[in-house]
Design a protein around this ligand. Structure first.
Ligand SMILES: Nc1ncnc2c1ncn2[C@@H]1O[C@H](COP(=O)(O)OP(=O)(O)OP(=O)(O)O)[C@@H](O)[C@H]1O
Ligand SMILES: [Mg+2]
Length: 586
């Protein structure tokens, strides 16, 4: 077979396969062009999810008639004046979006530079289909009709207009977040679905995602090793069942990158259940030579020179912000009905010296206080005389008044009634204890009477073996025992009695997943979380008033105590005014 050069039309069609996958990709390319042209306002009009019509109008610099012809040629771009891709700050640089779109649809360009006359140019599936004067204000209007009408292979893979519309909306949202200084409008089948004026980024993100984010989000802004992370991330308790509200940007370019998504997930790891996802818009800034943006025709993926540093930035930056948020909890809407349940940051107070003995290592031969099972039948609700509170002492979570269903602590705070889920709260406290003590490598071990042999497969044993020293610092003392088993000599004291087999196999899985990309410190953090999940006060244990108060005081000074390790709130508060409302006194 002889080799031949392909005609340019076919080349464009082939490129279109990568660049224009569905209507949303055409929307993305056209809006990016409008932004690159310096537009301050961009309007998008769609019919049938973009399948029938996509029209993007901007007030940017416009093009002369000669440039309009050039714009439709492959590899013709105004955006690479000095051949340095790594220095590019525009969205586009490949010079192939317009010719690609023009090869799989009917494309009409209308454009006018300020001071010039307007011109119109139509190309139908790669063939010139007329041109002439047009009247429009300075700027450009690009219209794409009948996308993929003559490309049945591609048309077959399209989904319903509804889901194509959803993808278009997502594409516009991403770009509208990247450029909060520009106004955007999106109209679908005659209905205005999005309209935003220039504003600051947090306000833009909240306007596009969820207004509640302004209340339940954390502002992030940190710099590490010359890399910067900024944006908004939700409190763990403000989570979703899908990871669809996660918007990531590298040097202001919207990207869908596995490393970044994985890092976001890792930062919330012990704060959320596996099937819950945070809401976030994160902007990562890295020097141009640290990232390659030219690895994907649609430019939605990037490659970092030092992925571990980027991961460290995201995990570290988010953790610091989450730590600072302390024990704020965003009780979910069902709690917040009728605005009854108050959710707010309670002021931190200094830990009292003689806090609790709840977590201390058990005395030899005796069980730890919290591990004593409830063996006697107690009344379901108990109220006790509160201890006198020293004047001037402020307890944000209140003074314990009793326990309900052997599961909830009821406390009276100065401004309302507090209900604490003792199991969820304790699980959190165990983790934070482990984390603190683990950082210094001194979680107390509790020796087993008889060392236990745990059988695991060989790679799991290898992984655990490399972490023996780390784990010892967390109170877990293990040794290699032949090729496919480990010997457990001691378990972390704060856990109480533990299922060693389950613990070790979870840890091995955790270590496999973390790989070596994380620093020792970050790894310890994850491992501590895995360990903490294995031991905690169950619901159903009767607590004395002293124990309840100790738990409350500990929560007040413990970071993240507002949510359990799975993102559920650990406490809720009913303010006095809300109690009055419930009884119709207000
Ligand atoms: N809305 C617009 N306003 C002004 N000029 C535009 C507009 N759209 C396109 N252009 C011009 O047409 C050229 C070609 O656009 P096209 O999208 O095909 O390539 P690109 O943006 O340079 O690179 P990429 O293929 O990476 O998007 C651009 O470089 C720009 O000069
Ligand atoms: Mg472009």
């Amino acid at each position: 077979m002889s080799i031949r050069r392909l005609p340019s039309e076919l080349v464009n069609r082939i490129a279109a396969g990568e660049v224009v996958e569905r209507p949303a990709s055409a929307v993305k390319e056209l809006v990016e062009n409008a932004l690159d042209a310096g537009a301050m306002s961009v309007s998008v009009r769609l019919s049938a999810g973009g399948l029938d019509l996509i029209e993007v109008t901007d007030d940017g610099c416009g093009m002369s008639p000669a440039d309009m012809h050039l714009a439709l040629e492959r590899h013709a771009t105004s955006k690479l004046p000095d051949d340095r891709i790594e220095a590019v700050s525009s969205f586009g640089f490949r010079g192939e979006a317009l010719p690609s779109i023009a090869s799989v649809a009917r494309l009409t360009l209308e454009s006018r530079v300020s001071g010039g006359d307007g011109w119109r140019l139509t190309v139908d599936h790669g063939e010139a289909a007329g041109e002439g004067p047009a009247s429009l204000p300075p700027g450009s209007r690009l219209r794409v009709e009948g996308l993929f009408d003559k490309v049945p292979a591609r048309r077959k893979f399209l989904r319903s207009p509804r889901s194509e519309y959803a993808a278009c909306l997502d594409a516009v949202r991403r770009l509208a977040m990247a450029r909060s200084d520009v106004g955007f409008r999106l109209e679908h089948d005659g209905r205005m679905v999005l309209a935003v004026q220039p504003q600051d980024t947090p306000a833009r993100v909240a306007a596009l995602l969820d207004r509640e984010l302004e209340r339940h989000g954390l502002g992030i802004d940190c710099v590490r090793d010359g890399l910067r992370l900024a944006g908004v991330a939700s409190l763990p308790t403000f989570n979703r069942g899908m990871a669809d509200h996660q918007y990531l940007f590298v040097n202001n370019r919207p990207v869908k990158d596995r490393l970044l998504v994985g890092s976001l997930r890792a930062a919330y790891r012990d704060l959320l259940a596996r099937d819950r996802h945070p809401v976030a818009a994160l902007f990562i800034e890295v020097p141009g030579d640290e990232v390659d943006i030219n690895v994907h025709p649609a430019k939605t993926e990037v490659r970092f020179r030092d992925p571990a540093a980027v991961r460290g930035l995201i995990v570290g930056g988010l953790r610091a912000a989450l730590d600072e948020a302390g024990h704020r909890s965003a009780a979910r809407e069902q709690f917040a009905q009728a605005a009854a349940w108050q959710v707010e940051a309670v002021e931190r107070i200094e830990p009292a010296a003689a806090l609790s003995s709840l977590f201390d290592a058990p005395a030899p031969g005796g069980a730890a206080v919290m591990d004593r099972p409830a063996t006697f039948a107690a009344p379901m609700g108990r109220a006790q005389q509160a201890e006198p509170v020293a004047p001037g002492t402020r307890y944000p979570l209140g003074v314990a008044r009793g326990q309900v269903a052997a599961t909830y602590i009821v406390a009276e705070a100065e401004d309302g009634l507090v209900i604490v889920d003792q199991h969820a709260a304790h699980e959190r406290l165990v983790l934070e204890r482990m984390r603190r003590a683990g950082g210094e490598g001194k979680v107390a071990p509790q020796a087993l009477l008889m060392p236990e042999v745990v059988e695991l497969d060989e790679p799991d044993c290898d992984r655990l073996e490399t972490a023996i020293a780390e784990l010892a610092g967390l109170g877990l003392e293990i040794e290699r025992f032949g090729s496919a088993a480990m010997l457990v000599r001691a378990t972390p004291a704060p856990l109480g009695s533990t299922d060693c087999k389950a613990l070790l196999s979870d840890l091995a899985g955790e270590l496999a997943e973390l790989g070596t990309a994380l620093s020792l410190r970050d790894r310890l953090d994850h491992v501590a979380a895995t360990i903490a999940c294995h031991g905690s006060v169950r619901a159903g244990r009767i607590l004395s008033v002293v124990e309840m108060n100790a738990l409350l005081r500990e929560m007040e000074v413990t970071p993240h105590s507002g949510q359990c390790n799975h993102g559920r709130p650990t406490w809720v508060k009913l303010a006095h005014a809300d109690i009055e409302k419930l009884f119709g006194r207000r």
